[in-house]
Design a binder for this molecule. Structure first.
Ligand SMILES: [Zn+2]
Length: 275
């Protein structure tokens, strides 16, 4: 690997453009940064979230380790496109014109919107074209039986424990359809409203039956009582769930998940929990 300069907020270099093209190609540009030579706050934010996702300490600085991880991820895409007959050039980790055009041809042939980036639906078709579990087309549900069987078991244990602690708790979301997730992603971007998520359909653990949201109930209504919410969170962690209230980057109080150590990218690439 040639030497790449360390990039950070304020950097101005053709390598910043290279960095942005790679992040954009990997569908990380959810905050709509401009692809140019300037490392601005939006770029730093995307780099930080990328580092979180690949378990590199989040500092928003692109050093050797972040460069290498990013370039390897692009290379894997290029190798896969080439093997599927979509010429994306020599796999060099550079998401340039040849790769973008290969992605667009792949998307056209697979009935996908020709975005030229590896969004989740493109990734799943590219890496796992014959998957049988059909997560993409399942409907949304508030029933914990829509979850992975083990996660469903943890959810019922969690509910049992909350009842034992005199908490009235309701599940407000379990499996979430990919279409619904895309709708949430559109809010604040292509639709009016606030930005509520950085996940598109396929990017959230809800889309794989590995997450649910729960809220305390008071007088038949959802409650924002933070004492109760935190008490619930501790009980969730006690049964082995990860609680969104303990997340470092984006705190998500109603959210509970069990990931089997898999990233959503690995799930899209065809990996599944082993029981
Ligand atoms: Zn959630």
């Amino acid at each position: 690997m040639p030497t790449f300069p360390t990039l950070k907020l304020g950097s101005h270099s053709p390598y910043v453009k290279k960095l942005k093209m790679d992040l954009n190609g990997l569908s990380k540009n959810y905050n709509n940064f401009t692809i140019n030579n300037i490392y601005d706050l939006k770029t730093k934010d995307v780099v930080g979230n990328f580092q979180d996702a690949v378990r590199i300490p989040r500092d928003g600085i692109v050093g050797l380790r972040t460069w290498k991880t990013l370039i390897d991820k692009v290379k894997i895409i290029q190798v896969k496109l080439n093997s599927r007959g979509y010429h994306s050039g020599n796999p060099d980790g550079w998401f340039g014109e040849t790769t973008i055009n290969a992605v667009k041809r792949f998307q056209r042939d697979n009935g996908l919107y020709e975005e030229g980036v590896i969004n989740p639906r493109t990734r799943v078709k590219l890496f796992d074209p014959h998957h049988k579990d059909n997560f993409e087309n399942r409907p949304s549900s508030n029933d914990i039986r829509s979850l992975d069987p083990y996660v469903s078991f943890l959810a019922s244990e969690f509910l049992r424990l909350t009842r034992a602690n005199n908490l009235d708790v309701r599940i407000i979301a379990a499996f979430r359809s990919w279409d619904e997730e895309d709708g949430l992603f559109a809010s604040g971007r292509t639709k009016p409203g606030p930005i509520v998520t950085n996940a598109r359909g396929g990017d959230s653990y809800h889309n794989w039956g590995l997450a649910f949201d729960a809220s305390p109930i008071e007088n038949g209504k959802l409650s924002n009582d933070i004492i109760k919410i935190k008490k619930m969170g501790k009980l969730g962690e006690q049964v082995g769930l990860e609680w969104g209230g303990s997340f470092k980057s984006i705190v998500d109080y109603p959210h509970y998940q069990y990931t089997f150590g898999l990233s959503t990218e690995e799930l899209l690439n065809g990996k599944r929990p082993t029981k």
